[in-house]
Write a protein that binds this ligand. Sequence first.
Ligand SMILES: NC(=O)c1ccc[n+]([C@@H]2O[C@H](COP(=O)([O-])OP(=O)(O)OC[C@H]3O[C@@H](n4cnc5c(N)ncnc54)[C@H](O)[C@@H]3O)[C@@H](O)[C@H]2O)c1
Length: 254
Amino acid sequence: MRGLDGKVAVVTGAASGLGEATCVRLAEEGAVVVGLDLAEPSVPLAGFHRLDVTDEAALAAAFDAVAEEHGRVDVLATFAGVAGGGPVHGVAAADWARVIAVNLTGTFLTCKHALRHMVEQRSGSIVTVASVEGIEGTEGGSAYNASKGGVVLLTKNMAIDYGRLGVRVNAVCPGFIDTPMFRAVLGSESMAAFADEYREQHKLGRFGRAEEIASATAFLASDDASFITGHALVVDGGYTTGMRTGLSSLMGLD
Ligand SMILES: NC(=O)c1ccc[n+]([C@@H]2O[C@H](COP(=O)([O-])OP(=O)(O)OC[C@H]3O[C@@H](n4cnc5c(N)ncnc54)[C@H](O)[C@@H]3O)[C@@H](O)[C@H]2O)c1
């Protein structure tokens, strides 16, 4: 991909799943990758700051340290996130607040402190992480879906505000991807039948791989996407295309 070699990229959620895979891919593209996470990453990085993305002072200090050490902040990808929800009448206000705080407010705060540097530089590329569940509803989605829907619109608003300053902002909207978060939500025996149904709704007939979100994220961050901003890129194996009942097998399509 063009334009990632030598760029300074900050990735939140770097210690697991999609964020980890994105760190690996950006490094393969030649970027200098700095991770932010609550947990210690297991892949080699150019730098790491252990922090909570709801802690604004820690984020401010981390971005200042990256700019100090590496001279710039070119790319941000915001993978730190948590699952959570349920039917609204059963959701404790504290659980709602935690999901919104990490997924939506954490994205806002992370972008805010990356943007301080990107605005000064007059360049940068941000990829936020929403979900297919930020585009359409799911049973019991509530807090998670609201947080991810918020990320999609926050992304479009930042694209409007910062485009003239040389900063592109896009969202990636993954379908269901096999990661530790996915396994925590859908991996239990009691969820097996539902997991099968979710897999069926991915029209490619399988769940996604972390590398497939990493490549889409790297693309949006790169100069190959130089005229793309404010876009919510669905990377979902066809999950959001429409309902599939299997009727197509009667048409010889299996
Ligand atoms: N896996 C999927 O199917 C899927 C689908 C759509 C969207 N997403 C989104 O992609 C992102 C990554 O998901 P994943 O499946 O890799 O999850 P994961 O649980 O494997 O990784 C999430 C990472 O975020 C970190 N994190 C959580 N809260 C944090 C906080 N407050 N501060 C700093 N770091 C924190 C965790 O320590 C972990 O390393 C999440 O935002 C998730 O909502 C995942």
